[in-house]
Design a binder for this molecule. Structure first.
Ligand SMILES: C[S@@+](CC[C@H](N)C(=O)[O-])C[C@H]1O[C@@H](n2cnc3c(N)ncnc32)[C@H](O)[C@@H]1O
Length: 168
């Protein structure tokens, strides 16, 4: 069926990205191992609205789209700095709630952008924030999880998974 054909095609795109990164040149994609963490969250939480902060070649974007498991999803690429976009998400992009935020942009932006997100009112109870590279290059405030940096063995890295429970 069309759905499984789409998912197979998506998997072959992801595989091609990974083969390229392992054998030709490093591209800072999420990669297969950390992709599994993102995949688990997508499957567990079935988010309706996902915000990715930091898009490069689209590897993790394809990842998120593949797991939407419906034909009615769409992806909007916004080419602007995150701190300009977050405050305008409601007004300019009609976003009411963010179910999953994937942070994979400049690490120094993680904390200020998290604060912007908190202030935006778009995070609701149970909204998930997944932040990559919290160990290397490092964003210490997000440190929770441990793994190895994709494509370069031996450099310790990790992702942090935060669940929004409200502001006190
Ligand atoms: C690590 S790459 C993203 C990889 C991507 N998530 C993937 O796995 O396919 C980081 C990207 O974030 C972008 N970026 C960095 N800081 C940003 C910001 N403040 N707002 C928007 N994009 C940003 C960079 O230009 C770069 O393309």
């Amino acid at each position: 069926n069309l759905n499984s054909t789409l998912i197979q095609n998506v998997q072959s795109i992801l595989d091609t990205f990974d083969q390229w990164c392992c054998s030709v040149e490093l591209i800072s994609n999420i990669g297969p191992k950390k992709g599994k963490i993102l995949d688990r969250l997508l499957q567990e939480h079935c988010p309706i609205t996902v915000l990715e902060l930091g898009t490069h070649c689209g590897h993790s974007t394809v990842f998120c789209s593949a797991r939407q498991n419906k034909l009615s999803f769409f992806v909007e690429l916004i080419v602007r700095a995150s701190d300009e976009v977050i405050p305008r998400l409601r007004e300019d992009f009609s976003v009411e709630r963010l179910d999953l935020v994937f942070m994979d942009h400049w690490k120094r932006c993680y904390l200020p952008d998290l604060q912007l997100l908190e202030g935006s009112g778009l995070l609701g109870e149970g909204s998930i924030i997944l932040a990559d590279n919290v160990i290397f290059p490092g964003a210490p405030n997000f440190l929770v999880h441990r793994a190895t940096l994709e494509y370069i063995q031996g450099i310790r890295d990790g992702m942090a998974e935060l669940t929004f429970i409200g502001i006190k």
